[in-house]
Every structure is written in C-alpha cells, then in structure tokens.
Design a protein around this ligand. Sequence first.
Ligand code: SDX
Length: 394
Amino acid sequence: KSGHFTYDPGFTSTASCESDITYIDGEEGVLLYRGYPIDQLADHGNFIETCFLLLNGDLPTAAEYREFERAITMHTMVHEQMTFFLRGFRRDAHPMAIMCGMVGALSAFYHDSTDINDPTQRMIASRRLIAKMPTIAAMAYKYSAGQPIVYPRNDLDYAENFLHMCFSVPAEQYKVDPILARAMDRIFILHADHEQNASTSTVRLAGSSGANPFACIAAGIACLWGPAHGGANEAALNMLQQIGTVDRIPEFIKRAKDKNDPFRLMGFGHRVYKNYDPRARVMQQTCHEVLNVLGIKDDPMLDVALELEKIALNDEYFVEKKLYPNIDFYSGITLKAMGFPTTMFTVLFALARTVGWVAQWNEMIEDPGQRIGRPRQLYTGAPRRDYVDVGKRK
Ligand code: SDX
C-alpha cells in the first residue's frame, strides 16, 4: 500500500508452535486431547482425570488419580486477603472483570515463590490455578449476586464443590444433584483445551517473556472475554433471546448474510472447524439431559436454537461457508437452565480452560529452545521522510 510492499490478502498465519497436547482436524470435525477423542473423555472420564492427562500426557493410574485429586482439593481455598480485594469491585462489576483482576492478583501471593525454571514449582503453580479457579469464579458470582461467599468443601468433587460454592446459602445448604454435577464436569472437559486459539496463544506469548503463570492466565482470561471467542456463549444466548420466537428466525438469517449488517449468528462458525464442532454434539446432548432432569419441557430458547440450527444447516450461505454450530451454541442454554446468569458463562469457560492454558504454558517453558515471542509485520505506512517545523506545515 505504501509503495514499498504489496500486501498479499491471501497471507495466512503459519504454524505458531509445535505441541503434543491437542489435535484438531477442522475438516473432519475431530478433537483429541493427547490422542483421546473428546467424546470418549466426556462420556467415560471426568475433569480431574482430564487435567492430569493434559498436564502429564497420559491418563492417571488409580493411585496417581487419588494423589492428583487430593493435591487439587487441598488448594481450593484462596488467601483470605483476596476477599478484601473482591470487595473493592462495584457490586455490578461483570464477573469476568472480577475474575481477570482476582487471578492477576494471585501473582501478589505466589509470584515470589514460583521459580518457573523448576518443573516442580511449575506443577505446583499449575495445580494451584486449577484448584482456585472454581473458588474465584464462585466468589465473582456470589459478589455480583449480593450473597455471602461460600467456602469450598473437601468432601465434594471438583464440579460438586463448584456448584456448592455457587448455589449454597447460609440459610440452606445446596443439595448437589449428581446428574447436574456430571453435566457440569462434562462441560468443563469440553472446554479444557483447544490448541492454539486466541486466548491460549495470548498465554503462550505472555509466558514467553518469563512472566509468572498467574499473570499469564489473567492475560488469557482477558482475551477469552471477547464475543468472537469465549464471550460467544453469553452472546449466543443473548442472540436467542433477541430472536425470541421461531417465526423471527428468517429475519435474523437474512441479517447474518448481509455484509453491511454487523449481526453474526453467535455460536456459529469457527476459524478451524469447517465441519460440525465435535464438542457441540456432546454439548447438545448434555443440554437435553439437563433440561430433562430439571423438568424444563418447552424452553422457547431451545426451540429457537434447534430450528435455527436446522435452517442454517440447510441454507446455501452457511453450507458454502461451512458455518456449523460451535461449542458456544448450546452451552448458554444449558448453563442458564442450571441457574447461572449469562454474565457467568464466559467465567465458566475460563475456569475450564485454565488447565489447557497451564498445560500449554508448561509445554512452552520446558522447551529448551523456547525464546520470547516476537510476531513480525508487513509495514504499509509512510515511506521515510524528514521532519518539518510546525510553521512550515500546510
Ligand atoms: C471459540 O479458536 C478456537 O479454538 C476458539 C474456541 C476455543 O475452544 O478456544 O473454539 C472457542 O471461540 C468458538 C467460536 C465462538 N465465536 C462465535 O461463535 C462468534 C460467531 N462466529 C464468528 O464471529 C466467526 O465464525 C468466528 C470469529 C468464530 C470465525 O471468524 P472467521 O475466521 O471470519 O470465520 P471464517 O473465516 O470461517 O468465515 C468465513 C465467512 C466469512 O465471510 P467472508 O469474509 O468469507 O465473506 O463466513 C462469515 C465470515 O464473515 N461468517 C459468518 C459467521 N461466521 C463467519 N457469517 C455469519 N454468521 C457467523 N457466525
């Protein structure tokens, strides 16, 4: 453009790194965590086991599982000073703003004791983050709901504990429904990692400078918040509410196809998947299970979602551009049915994705050839020119 370079619009990003953790085949709609298909892990495994797998490369033995789960459980509390930090936020602060701030603030408690060149200390920091994210997420929810903070319990598993911290109140202990806890655990598995998405790349770039892992994860949370990324689950539910009824769908499909209209079908499309997102299938099945166990028979938003999916999957624009529902399309309906406000949806995404972020951060730090990230650019600005005094400028 500047006469120096011709910008090639077909310029596509090359591979940013090598990784052993997650494999995606976008054309075939395949997602593997360390070689295991996501649907098998979601159907037969649990989130803590998936965390061990993503961090260590293999599924744990029974003894390894017990030791890992105990290590996580024993770190679910946060320093009591964090509650004072929490109270500094406005009551109407978005829970993602609270989570961003609180996770970054963990640096103040653990930065000095985390030598990132020591594998043992990196694993301790990783387990600390995985353990504390549900507690911080629940604190953000309780604070915005105007309810007292509920502390974690060591007799509950990871998903049960999170539901307990969110929905128990001093007046009444929350009775954890095992089917809802199983659904929550499965939702965490589905969101755990997704190779070099925007927020994971943010964590890697921040970590490449040697920044402490708590600050790097806070950077990942900030990036995930965007509606084109992790914020899409909140945006997808708001879109379904905006559409409202099945008969209004054609109007919105028309808008989504109009280049001059900024409206996009939230929960549709993906940078990598040009086929059905394998997580969306499991998410849709989980959605039906949750609505059934909660006795929600005719959820108008589910009716709109199912009809919207059917219409879009047969519309030539979406077929030609290979736009399929992604994980965010059904997660919002599920989480709303479970009692979460839309402002908590991306917080739950960040809670689950923390294990993927720390696994990718560890993989990068332990690479002996690792250097600071430094993306380059194609310069398209003004050519070299000399300074002109203000009196001579026209
Ligand atoms: C996540 O990267 C990851 O792995 C992310 C994630 C993870 O787990 O980390 O999977 C999580 O972020 C899932 C995506 C959530 N975002 C949304 O659902 C928001 C709605 N989707 C769009 O904003 C969009 O699909 C993106 C941002 C996801 C992808 O955008 P791209 O890269 O532009 O998509 P594309 O290249 O495949 O688009 C092809 C065409 C484009 O039109 P043309 O420029 O070719 O004319 O389809 C259009 C797009 O404009 N298009 C859409 C659309 N998505 C893409 N048109 C209408 N509605 C949409 N949803």
